[in-house]
Design a binder for this molecule. Structure first.
Ligand code: BES
Ligand code: MN
Ligand code: ZN
Length: 482
């Protein structure tokens, strides 16, 4: 998608369509007023639709005859829009205008910091579609975003937003891809292509190297699958890095539950179980493209969780990379097993901060719903990541990790067991992960809910959301400022 500047809303054939932000009580900027005055039936139609400019409202009209646009879309941004409101407005506009090639807006001049980046990000995300498996694909036809009356700085900002959206789109594509097309080696190959394209170092461990490196959690989960596991390590090492952050993403390319097999319904969306790994790939691509002065290590343990004849069994004991042992009582609690190895590897390199991102527990989805991720960690790193997430427009909630819950995962035979009581399931999982981070600052994001959306809204398209990419990029940006 191209981003261009053009003079103002009045020109002939500026664009096919225009998106106009409307504040509370139908407050509009000059462009909006110019259009409004030339479409005589608008006040009546807005009354009828009860359109006042509330956030989330959207009204779309044919402009033909009155104004030089085929479509005019008004989007509510409320009384005091923030960056997220602008992202959502741009995204709603893009989703409504998929039939048109060139779309103009003035949303970048909403008087807040970062408005232009928010427009570039929200607009590009809203134009996202996944049509690879449709015999008659109907992708969004949008090819150009026109920023009316903008300066070069605004275009630069909007392009940064678009760069972030492309990384989110990569993660969405990987999540939406059927599991049969994303075996661990296939995903590793995609990681190699990303690394080649944006300039990352990459190391891919195959099954014998995974065994030689004593990654017993990843190896154990992989035993029931025919497709062999991989572990991907991506490295971004700019000169003069200001900080060092590591990301670990859960990469279960399909979660059947293993021998503790899921019911059919629970499996329907389990191609999503590599959303953490996908987000790590997306974030690393963006961070490299933006050239942020932060060293980044990205780790993705990749495997299927399948119930084959050589699968791990309830009661089996696995030894993780850092030497601790886990009794597997439920093979469906597999994410924590592969993350234990990933986290062990990450902390060996002593980063300033480790963040893991994982579709870890149904329990977290029950607690926080589909739109909010559980965030676990000590207060200081948790605050850094929470603030970054909030600024980036991803919703998280800081969850407790009470020490007296640790006995929930005491094992009779090993250092711990991989399941506790049903109650507090997301907390029990986080407490297990904590055993593998030592004294390194660490934050765990349980994205079981927000990794996929069951409906489209504003810049979200139903399916994989790419959740986590924007938070990781924003954390890297903030660490670059320290
Ligand atoms: N991948 C699932 C968690 C999940 C469930 C993500 C629903 C998104 C939607 C995970 O591997 C899992 O199966 N967790 C179990 C753990 C339990 C067996 C302790 C769960 O949450 O039920
Ligand atoms: Mn599972
Ligand atoms: Zn899983």
């Amino acid at each position: 998608m191209m981003i261009e500047i053009r003079g103002n809303v009045e020109g002939e054939e500026v664009a096919d369509a225009v998106i106009l932000g409307v504040g509370a009580d139908r407050a509009m900027d000059d462009a909006g007023q110019w259009i409004f005055e030339r479409m005589p039936r608008l006040p009546h139609l807005m009354d009828e639709a009860e359109f006042t400019g509330k956030p989330g409202q959207i009204l779309s009209f044919a402009g033909a005859g009155d104004v030089p646009y085929h479509r005019v879309v008004f989007v509510g941004i409320g009384a005091e829009p923030d960056a997220e409101e602008v992202r959502r407005a741009a995204g709603s506009g893009a989703r409504a205008l998929g039939k048109w090639a060139t779309v103009a807006t003035t949303l970048h001049s909403v008087p807040i910091e970062g408005a232009a980046e928010a427009v570039g990000l929200g607009f590009a995300l809203g134009a996202y579609t996944f049509m690879r498996h449709k015999s008659e694909p109907k992708p969004s036809l949008i090819s150009t975003l026109v920023l009316l009356g903008a300066d070069e700085a605004a275009v630069g900002e909007a392009l940064r937003g678009q760069t972030i959206a492309t990384g989110v789109g990569l993660a969405r594509d990987l999540v939406n891809t059927p599991s049969m097309e994303k075996a661990p080696e296939a995903l590793a190959q995609i990681a190699r292509e990303i690394a080649e394209r944006v300039g990352l170092r990459i190391r891919v461990l195959d099954e014998s190297e995974i065994a030689a490196e004593r990654l017993g959690g990843l190896l154990g989960v992989s035993l029931g699958a025919t497709n062999p596991p991989r572990l991907v390590e991506l490295r971004y090492e700019p000169e003069q890095a200001k900080a060092f952050v590591a990301f670990v993403g859960k990469g279960i390319v399909f979660d059947s539950g293993g021998l503790s097999i899921k019911a059919a319904e629970g499996m329907e969306t389990m191609k999503t179980d590599m959303a953490g790994a996908a987000a790590v790939f997306g974030a690393m691509q963006v961070i490299a493209e933006l050239g942020l002065p932060v060293k980044v290590l990205g780790i993705a343990p990749l495997t299927e969780n399948m119930p084959g004849g050589s699968a791990m069994r309830p009661g089996d004991v696995l030894e993780i990379r850092n030497g601790k042992t886990i009794e597997v009582l439920n093979t469906d609690a597999e994410g924590r097993l592969v993350l234990a190895d990933g986290l062990s590897l990450a902390v060996e390199e002593r980063p300033d901060l480790v963040i893991d991102v994982a579709t870890l527990t149904g329990s977290c989805k029950v607690a926080l719903g589909e739109k909010i991720a559980g965030l676990f960690g000590a207060d200081e790193p948790a605050e850094l990541v929470s603030e970054a997430a909030e600024a980036a427009g991803e919703r998280v909630w800081h969850m407790p990790m009470p020490e007296d819950y640790r006995k929930n995962i005491d094992s009779d035979v090993a250092d711990m067991k991989n399941t506790g009581p049903r109650w507090g399931g997301a907390i029990n999982a986080a407490l297990l992960l904590k055993e593998f981070v030592g004294d390194v600052d660490w934050v765990h994001l349980d994205i079981a809910g927000p990794a996929r959306a069951s409906d489209s809204e504003h810049y979200i398209t139903k399916g994989g959301t790419g959740f986590g990419v924007r938070t990781m990029v924003e954390v890297a940006r903030r660490m670059a400022l320290r």
